[in-house]
Write a protein that binds this ligand. Structure first.
Ligand SMILES: Cc1cc2nc3c(=O)[nH]c(=O)nc-3n(C[C@H](O)[C@H](O)[C@H](O)COP(=O)(O)OP(=O)(O)OC[C@H]3O[C@@H](n4cnc5c(N)ncnc54)[C@H](O)[C@@H]3O)c2cc1C
Length: 539
């Protein structure tokens, strides 16, 4: 879909009259793009960096009902989130999968077990699956032998789901493109166009892909949607609107599964402040998160973990998993994302509401906050605000979230797991990916490390997924920068062999990209100094 030459073609087509321009290609912008194209609007999505390069590739990757909402008595929000989770599980097999959680309760835990049990019963009722079960400390130890037994009171097993967040965004955007929309990455909205009465009627867009910095144009539309996530105040400020959002940073640690083996997710309260933290098995590694701290940096500074966050997360790891004797040196990678919440001035950031907000100001519709899981609900709310008639909207609501896809009969020899993975992640493109793979490329890059990314996925992403920089490939299209040691830098020579002919880069461009990628990874995806010394040296 985004094969060689596509950027020039799209830039050539920007100067038409659009119904809707969406600024921001994270999950919020992607969801609105998808639903707007479904509803028949001529829709353009402009992403200033790479698709999903903001918070939407840096989440905990959970598709969840949100037990947190239940704790705050927000039953309606939980019910709606659970419904979205169930739909995504049903329609996005291979991309969204069920995940068993164990909640381990230690003495001193603020939440009594009976209260958690009541919440989980509601959770199950909402999804019409009775899946939670109470365990005594021995039962929990049988399920997760490495969990600390000291002061353990017992806990629960329950079900949620997880995904690859960046791939979910891409699938949703691609479905919007298939439905007639146009989406462009590395196209920054530098300013808003306004009519004489001040109302917004378009954006000034600039190509920031590297080579064509000079390319810029004014693009007009009836409606402009600001889906720039934690940066939303920046676009609003051009209308002299005061800042309303608070930027909260959440960071994660990634461990190799050999160091931190886990079959199920484990959640517990942090020993210092009682906040819930969790360890999740994901794509052959273990994620541990997360923090929730004010982020005072302004974009374009990339978010990264601080030493204080690292210490906070490591304290929780060693508290609940002392037998594993994990230390900082075992951290394979880190990542941080910024959450936007409405600033109500609460002292404790974790007490700010996580609900999404929609503000209509002088023709600019800002949609921010919320969560990955509920992207479709946010999109439908946004369309409603734009006056899409309820009857029409109602019909949209009952359509599938993700387009149904099937592989042709010739693919019947493929292993069922592989079929599912490719269908879930690549949707309609799955068959093209399979047929363009060179012999031997339908095998994982490094199976020994528990990794399931195929060489064929790298080739396909390089050929048809709008890659502008090497980091787009390694951090978002396939997640090797997170899944392999040292940001996959030791694998670069092999990766180059597969992707270079598809990207059409010469050796010099490759070298520049490889250096920029290594720099990006060391700066923002490894450990904060001084702990990162060993990783940088190794890489
Ligand atoms: C640590 C953490 C963990 C989370 N975990 C979960 C989870 O497990 N499950 C869940 O459901 N939710 C989770 N969330 C919430 C969820 O990740 C976010 O709500 C969601 O990703 C926000 O998406 P977005 O599209 O609004 O913002 P973003 O993903 O940040 O997208 C905004 C985009 O706008 C672009 N942009 C900015 N300015 C411009 C401009 N001028 N021109 C063009 N483009 C521009 C940026 O480059 C960016 O790509 C988590 C959030 C955090 C912080």
């Amino acid at each position: 879909m985004w094969e060689n030459g596509w950027r020039d073609q799209v830039w050539g087509e920007l100067n038409r009259q659009w119904d809707i321009i969406i600024v921001g290609g994270g999950i919020t912008g992607a969801g609105i793009f998808r639903e707007a194209t479904r509803a028949g609007f001529r829709t353009l999505l402009l992403e200033g960096q790479d698709f999903s390069s903001g918070t939407s590739s840096r989440s905990s990757k959970l598709v969840h009902g949100g037990l947190r909402y239940l704790r705050h008595g927000q039953l309606k929000t939980t019910l709606a989130s659970v419904h979205e989770r169930e739909r995504l599980l049903d329609e996005g097999k291979g991309l969204i999968r069920p995940l068993a959680f164990l909640y381990a309760s230690y003495s001193g835990d603020k939440m009594p077990l009976w209260m958690l049990g009541a919440g989980l019963a509601l959770y199950d009722l909402f999804s019409l699956h009775w899946g939670h079960k109470r365990y005594d400390p021995h039962g929990l130890a049988r399920l997760t032998p490495d969990l600390s037994q000291s002061e353990l009171r017992g806990g629960y097993r329950y079900w949620d789901a997880q995904t690859d967040d960046a791939r979910l965004v891409l699938r949703v955007i691609q479905e919007g493109v298939n439905a007639g929309g146009v989406a462009l990455n590395y196209a920054r909205a530098e300013g808003l166009l306004q009519r004489a009465n001040g109302s917004v009627c378009g954006v000034k867009a600039r190509d920031v892909a590297g080579e064509c910095q000079a390319r810029a144009t004014e693009v007009e539309a009836k409606i402009v949607v600001n889906a720039t996530g934690a940066d939303a105040d920046r676009l609003r400020s051009q209308l002299d609107m005061g800042a309303r959002l608070r930027r909260l940073r959440g960071s994660h640690l990634i461990f190799p599964i050999s160091v931190f083996p886990l079959k199920r997710a484990v959640s517990f309260s942090h020993p210092v402040d009682g906040r819930p933290v969790f360890a999740l098995p994901w794509e052959g590694v273990t994620l541990f998160g997360t923090t929730d701290v004010d982020d005072k940096n302004e974009a374009p500074v990339e978010p990264k973990i601080s030493k204080a966050e690292l210490d906070y997360l490591m304290a929780a790891v060693t508290y609940a998993f002392p037998l594993l004797e994990i230390n900082e040196g075992d951290v394979q990678a880190t990542f941080s994302g910024i959450r936007s919440v409405v600033d109500s001035g609460k002292k404790n950031p974790s007490q700010e509401s996580r609900e999404h907000v929609i503000w209509s100001e002088s023709g600019l519709l800002t949609v921010s906050g919320g969560k990955l899981t509920t992207f479709r609900m946010m999109a439908l709310d946004a369309l409603r605000k734009l006056g899409v008639r309820p009857t029409r909207n109602q019909r949209i609501k009952h359509r599938p979230v993700l387009d149904p896809v099937e592989l042709p009969h010739e693919s019947s020899g493929l292993e069922p797991c592989l079929r599912q993975r490719l269908l879930g992640r690549y949707g309609r493109d799955a068959w093209s990916l399979i047929t363009t793979a060179a012999p031997g490329e339908l095998t994982p890059v490094d199976e020994a490390l528990g990794n399931r990314v195929l060489w064929a996925e790298l080739r396909w992403a390089a050929r048809a997924e709008g890659i502008v920089h090497l980091e787009d490939l390694l951090l978002r299209r396939v997640r090797l920068g997170l899944l392999l040691p040292q940001g996959a830098i030791p694998w670069l020579a092999q990766i180059r062999h597969v992707v270079l002919p598809e990207l059409g880069w010469d050796d010099q461009r490759w070298d520049v990209e490889a250096r920029a990628y290594a720099n990006q990874w060391r700066q923002n995806y490894s450990l904060p100094s001084p702990a990162k010394r060993h990783l940088v040296e190794a890489a």
